[in-house]
Design a protein around this ligand. Sequence first.
Ligand SMILES: C[S@@+](CC[C@H](N)C(=O)[O-])C[C@H]1O[C@@H](n2cnc3c(N)ncnc32)[C@H](O)[C@@H]1O
Length: 244
Amino acid sequence: MVFTSIATYHISHQLIVNTGEKPQIRFITTGDGSHSLYHETLHETYHSTHGAMKESMHVFIEAGLRHLPENTNPIHVLEIGFGTGLNAWLTAQDALTISRHVNFTTLEPFPLSDEISANLNYAENSLELQNLLRKIHATTWENDQVIHDHFVLHKSTAKLQEFSSDKKFDLIYYDAFGPPAQPEMWTAPILQKVADLMNDEGILVTYCAKGQVRRDLASAGLFVERLPGPPGKREMLRATKTRH
Ligand SMILES: C[S@@+](CC[C@H](N)C(=O)[O-])C[C@H]1O[C@@H](n2cnc3c(N)ncnc32)[C@H](O)[C@@H]1O
């Protein structure tokens, strides 16, 4: 399923994407002014309505990428749910800031249309960052693409359930839709699968702090921490694969 759009138009703070028969995806402006998307069938947003950019920075960059041991270089990242590319774009920027190489694999079985990705407001104030976001969206799928000296991107339309990899990952961005919308993404076997994809000392970060998810990650052999969440959320989870 690829989300298509025929027309876009503004209604108050929302940019609606008209999909022809009935809207499936609509733009929303979140608490920090950055866009997210609302999936009308799942009744789910792609990010926190309190601030998409703030959530991504807090959960994935600060609690994840910035928390890895300094000697992890290159850093192999696996993201579950490429979506708008916000996490990939922030990571590509941060790879330059921290001066480390990132190989970023991201799974997205339902890529957004070009029309949607071209209208995201993440890089409004910088042509350079707009070009980076554009490049991240425009690169081909199913192969490694050099985005810049410190960032190689591999986008795949594989579902997590079908994904397999010879290599293991230092950092997992677990950014699936939430358990009420997509319970199949939060079962004990799928979380075990993700734990098995991690290197020793590797970490998984997720915005989700549900007790059952925390217990299932612990049962998968990970050391789980509850951390303060991004705006609007009390907690988030970070799970580390400790050496046995
Ligand atoms: C919360 S959104 C991700 C937001 C994204 N990281 C971003 O920065 O915009 C969840 C994403 O997971 C994708 N998804 C749905 N089913 C999936 C599956 N079985 N495996 C991997 N990704 C899946 C959805 O299409 C959606 O884009």
